[in-house]
Write a protein that binds this ligand. Structure first.
Ligand code: ZN
Length: 255
């Protein structure tokens, strides 16, 4: 078993061949998936998929790109869905060009942090050019744990997050970035998670990324940390099980 801690299996780009994507993943040993969502339109589809695939564990949230199209009614809907979710996400901050205004993003981010705190759920965080601000806002919620997915920050930012009990989601960038490899070598192993972020972040130009890429990333990470891939996988799976409380969703952690 290998857990993909972040893949968008409900994404419409998989509509044409989702079953094939899932079976290629299972064949590669990736048979447990944490699937975040970005907007309310995706939620019903994700609920249906979770009913169909036992290894698929949903997270519901409002991504900063789409916050402006949501209303308070969606927060109530989110509250209703969260008991069946392994996390709230993805949510966060994105200060890239042509994104919603910072104040609007922060409003939705804080609303979701409050909800996660009340519902005792971890958060799956997106941060782009916004990590320092995100860390600052998180400090007001010391009870919350989570993961900064697709981590691409500095070693100082990584250390801060780890001190606060947050995991770092490591994806395909590991293959390409010397800086990320150094960081992955240095941070405590119990704060690392492995993710594909499929269908995004493909290693092959023009192709959709798939969870089946995970064994390749596992091998890279095991090499960096001087561990056998099996031992690295056991560590990473245990981290995901702990953060997302997967045992209560039927995931057997006897590795
Ligand atoms: Zn994502």
């Amino acid at each position: 078993m290998l857990i993909d801690s972040h893949c968008h299996l409900a994404d419409e780009r998989f509509d044409a061949d989702r079953a094939a994507v899932m079976s290629r993943a299972a064949l590669a040993g990736v048979d447990c998936w944490v699937v975040p969502s970005a907007k309310s339109e995706e939620w019903p589809h994700l609920v249906r998929l979770a009913g169909r695939y036992p290894g698929l564990h949903p997270a519901f949230g409002i991504h900063p790109w789409y916050c402006e199209r949501h209303r308070d009614v969606h927060l109530r809907e989110l509250r209703r869905l969260l008991p069946g979710a392994v996390a709230l996400g993805e949510c966060g901050l994105d200060f890239g060009p042509e994104r919603p205004r910072q104040a609007v993003q922060e409003h939705w981010f804080e609303q979701q942090l409050q909800l996660a705190e009340q519902m005792h759920k971890p958060v799956i965080l997106h941060a782009y050019k916004a990590l320092d601000r995100l860390i600052r806002l998180l400090r007001a919620y010391p009870g919350i744990r989570g993961v900064v997915h697709g981590f691409a920050g500095s070693s100082v930012q990584a250390e801060r997050l780890v001190e606060m009990g947050f995991c770092l989601g490591i994806g395909t960038m590991l293959v390409k970035s010397g800086r990320l490899r150094k960081l992955v070598a240095d941070i405590p192993a119990e704060f690392l998670l492995l993710e594909s972020d499929a269908p995004d972040q493909s290693l092959q130009r023009g192709m959709l990324n798939e969870p089946a890429v995970l064994p390749r990333l596992l091998e890279e990470m095991a090499g960096i940390r001087n561990l056998a891939p099996e031992a690295m996988a056991a560590r990473l799976n245990a981290n995901a099980v702990r953060l997302f409380n997967l045992e209560s969703f039927g995931v057997n952690n006897d590795l």
